[in-house]
Design a protein around this ligand. Structure first.
Ligand code: ATP
Length: 601
């Protein structure tokens, strides 16, 4: 497979027009909260009908009053018409209130939950190698902002269809029956406004495209300025100004882009207001002429005039506020859809059989954006129950090889078989069944000690005895820290030392029941004496399993059955500790250098 084609996010980005967005987004929104979407639309239809009814009730009231004034009818009719109009307006207010509460207070949070779940599940299905691609990280960042935007966007669509749709259709029929030209003027005022909005959609989609990388940069600099994990280094090295300057420059760039887009949009808005005003003036003139010529009654004039004012006010609201918001949101919605449409890492289901060991057949791998491969034509077999250690200089390709052997990445050439399952053909969850690992960049979860150890255990009740046992095996001194203690001062808990965190990470790796375990430099923050103890313990635990150890400390790899020496992405030597030291190659040099270092200590 050609690496460039996997990573080039842009080439995969399909074009998303407004129509395509609407067609795709409605089912997603409806699935996230079906009953609430139905209720929202029912309320919209009721609201629209009540609005149209108020115009007819106004006409009857005015006609009743003018008849009463001319002595053609009594006050009773006036009072009845007034009571009907008051009831309709009251009903309108109630429905409006309920709709607002339901939309913002119930539908929005409920949908946000459903959509967040959708995006999380999707992320799980995306190949981990994509996380190496900055373009993908931008898309992910942008997509997360689309969660709220989707519901807001759909709520506007619902309002347009159920409320405005019903209201305009009812009023349209009413006006058409009075004078067909009235309807035409209305449409003429509305169509240019709609066209202007389509242009605005494009402007805001482009803005979103361009501003996401800048926002990500700003967030990162802000993190470097404010976050706990950075503050020691940034303050002591006097790097505050450096990061602040970068933050300010990027922010300026971002604000400039937003300001230019808003200016363009405001100019379009001005043109739009003008057409709406012209439409309203023409309709009012026609209405006045029709009344003067006796084509319509005074009551009709008053009701329609009031309705026209209302229609134009609503049009302004639809076009300026609702569609304006839709324009701003559509960029975010498109990003959400792009993420959902991204190709997933799929594969057949299977059960790894670790008696078959782990095999790499002539594999190569190139990172996104890199011209040269980081792993070149590597072949290797880890037999059942064998512990293999990988050593090599910085950048030799050790961690990359581990990611390939564990199926985190799929090789660009060749194939990897984990317990007989080809990582390119089987699903990630199948390949990772019965696999465990502790990595160089382990995580410090802001959770309890127990949760930190048992994240791989979805069964509700983790086993306290087993947790204590693995913590002990990892050499974690519990002091006064209980399993339920929160390991984070930010959440009212305690912090532990770097070495202790590393042992928690090791305990986490040991906790997962496994047939293949990987230790990728998990002990760099632990002193060498303790480290040797942990590796001895590890060797004991790894008995009968396939195991892989990556470390810079040669003293610890002696325990392995075989040692692989890597250089520039290739395996340059392989053998036991004694065999390799006897060969006086790269391994022997590394061994001598470190042995001397330990002697000088
Ligand atoms: P170290 O001992 O320093 O951890 P390593 O032997 O584990 O190094 P790798 O991290 O596998 O080496 O890196 C091998 C090569 O791949 C290096 O040239 C490195 O620059 C490159 N590389 C590693 N990660 C990435 C990445 N995410 N994107 C691009 N290139 C990468």
């Amino acid at each position: 497979m050609k690496q460039g084609s996997i990573m080039n996010g842009k080439s995969e980005k399909a074009e998303y027009g407004l129509f395509k967005v609407i067609v795709k987004i409605i089912p997603i929104q409806v699935r996230s909260a079906p009953w609430n979407c139905l209720l929202e639309n029912c309320l919209g239809v009721m609201h629209g009908l009540l609005f149209a009814l108020s115009v007819v009730a106004t006409q009857y009231l005015f006609d009743a009053v003018s008849d009463a004034a001319a002595g053609r009818a009594g006050y009773r009719e006036c009072v009845i018409c007034l009571a009907v109009l008051a009831a309709v307006i009251f009903g309108q207010q109630i429905v409006n209130g309920v709709q607002n509460f339901h939309g913002m207070g119930i539908l929005l949070p409920k949908s946000a939950g459903g959509l967040t779940e959708l995006i999380h599940k999707k992320i799980e299905r995306i190949a981990p190698v994509r996380f190496e691609d900055t373009g993908f990280l931008d898309d992910l960042n942008k997509a997360k902002e689309g969660i709220r935007a989707i519901t807001m966007f759909c709520m506007v669509l619902f309002v347009c269809v159920s409320f405005y749709g019903v209201y305009f259709t009812a009023i349209g029929i009413y006006l058409f029956r009075l004078k067909p030209m009235l309807l035409l003027t209305l449409l003429l005022a509305f169509i240019p406004a709609m066209l202007a909005q389509t242009v605005k959609v494009r402007i805001f989609v482009n803005l979103e495209e361009e501003s996401a990388p800048l926002r990500r940069e700003c967030d990162y600099y802000q993190k470097a300025i404010c976050d706990r994990e950075y503050f020691k280094e940034t303050r002591i090295l006097g790097a505050f100004t450096f990061f602040y300057q970068l933050f300010e420059d990027t922010m300026k760039g971002l604000s400039g882009k937003i300001w230019r887009t808003e200016r363009k949009a405001a100019l379009l808005q001005l043109m739009l207001d003008f057409t709406t005003f012209a439409g309203m003036a023409a309709s009012a003139y026609m209405l006045f002429a029709a009344t003067m010529e006796g084509e319509i009654t005074v009551g009709m004039f008053a009701a329609v005039f009031a309705a026209l004012t209302q229609i134009f006010a609503i049009m302004q609201e639809v076009v300026r506020q609702h569609m304006g918001n839709m324009n701003k949101d559509i960029g975010k919605v498109v990003n959400f859809l792009r993420l959902l449409d991204m190709p997933e890492r799929t594969g057949a289901e299977g059960e790894p059989d670790f008696t078959k060991g782990i095999t790499a057949e002539n594999i190569s791998f190139r990172y996104p954006g890199r011209d040269t491969p980081s792993i070149k034509n590597v072949s290797l077999h880890i037999a059942d129950g064998e512990t293999i250690a990988i050593v090599g200089e910085n950048g030799a390709g050790k961690s990359t090889l581990v990611r390939l052997l564990t199926g985190i990445y799929r090789p660009t050439e060749g194939r990897v078989l984990v317990g007989g399952l080809d990582t390119a053909r089987y699903s990630a969850s199948s390949v990772w069944k019965g696999m465990s690992g502790v990595f160089q960049k382990y995580q410090r979860y802001k959770m309890t000690l127990k949760e930190n150890v048992t994240i791989s255990d979805t069964a509700a009740e983790a086993k306290p005895d087993r947790i204590r046992a693995v913590l002990e095996e990892a050499g974690f001194e519990r002091d006064n820290i209980g399993l339920e203690d929160m390991l984070s001062p930010e959440y009212g808990g305690v912090d532990i030392s770097g070495g202790q965190w590393q042992r928690v990470a090791i305990a986490r790796g040991l906790y997962r029941v496994n047939g293949f375990i990987v230790l990728d430099e998990p002990t760099s923050a632990i002193d060498p004496v303790e480290e040797t103890k942990i590796y001895k313990q590890f060797a004991h635990l790894a008995e009968g399993k396939c195991a892989l150890i990556v470390t810079h400390r040669i003293g610890s790899v002696k325990l392995a059955d075989r040692i692989i020496v890597m250089d520039a992405g290739k395996i340059v030597d392989i053998g036991t500790h004694d065999e390799l030291t006897a060969r006086s190659g790269q391994y022997a040099k590394m061994w001598e250098a470190q042995a001397q270092w330990y002697e000088r200590m």
